[in-house]
Design a binder for this molecule. Structure first.
Ligand code: SAM
Length: 228
């Protein structure tokens, strides 16, 4: 079973999403176990201080190194980790290939920054993968951790009811976007489902899906300035 440990200064941001829907079901089915560690539990001064002003000045507070070191070293003394992920705007852009890679791991640790971030010695000492989930700045690494966990856990065999459904999603097989989907009713507010999907003609449906997929993939590449 995969194990994921997240170290966070704001664990409440994680608890509810991790106990909802498919991620909850994955834990119930013993496909993954997820542990959230409250950074404050590893602060050893009497005020439980986890942040401090940055050296060299500047606005904002920084998460101190000691509570991270305490927690990470405790976890590392208990088991080896395949990946220690540090979500950061300065990291490598996250993509499906990285999710596929992480989904094969046994143990993953995620270090969530907050405020101005984490004392850089934590990244230097422990991070194996620095990951950005996009070209923007979040208030903390918790949402990035959830993005990574969601995209990884759904790939673990047996998590999704229909295991096929993850395999043919967009981007699973290279840079390909899936054709659009429709369900009943066949006509809604004057908008009709394409006739071919109602035809029962498997070969024509397959051709239509390939054609639509190509159109959407070209559009996706164009709007994202990706070369052909
Ligand atoms: N001072 C940092 C900087 O300029 O790079 C930003 C700190 S940000 C306000 C707080 C935390 O949110 C970061 O330490 C990181 O863990 C997380 N974070 C923010 N944006 C992110 C992104 N695009 N991808 C992944 N994590 C992000």
């Amino acid at each position: 079973m995969m194990r994921i440990d997240i170290i966070s200064a704001v664990p409440d941001l994680l608890i509810s999403p991790l106990n909802t829907s498919i991620i909850k079901r994955a834990q119930d089915k013993r496909k993954v176990e997820i542990f959230v560690h409250n950074l404050r539990d590893y602060a050893y001064d009497k005020h439980k201080q986890i942040d401090d002003k940055p050296f060299g000045g500047g606005p904002g507070m920084l998460l101190k190194p000691e509570p991270f070191f305490e927690c990470i070293e405790k976890l590392l003394s208990e088991r080896a980790y395949d990946y220690i992920i540090f979500p950061t705007p300065g990291g490598k852009y996250y993509n499906q290939q990285m999710a596929n890679k992480f989904s094969l791991a046994k143990n993953i640790m995620i270090l969530a920054g907050h405020y101005k971030g984490i004392d850089d010695r934590v990244r230097e000492k422990f991070a194996t993968d620095e990951i950005s989930i996009g070209n923007y700045v979040l208030t903390g690494g918790e949402l990035a951790a959830l993005v990574i966990i969601d995209s990884v856990v759904r790939l673990i065999p047996g998590v999704l009811n229909d295991s096929e459904s993850a395999l043919n999603d967009s981007l699973m097989d290279g840079e390909i976007i899936e054709a659009p989907y429709y369900t009943r009713p066949a006509e809604y507010k004057g908008m009709k489902v394409p006739d071919v999907l109602l035809s029962g003609h498997d070969k024509k449906i397959k051709e239509w899906k390939e054609e639509q997929s190509k159109i959407l993939t070209d559009k996706w590449k164009k709007i994202n300035n990706l070369e052909k």
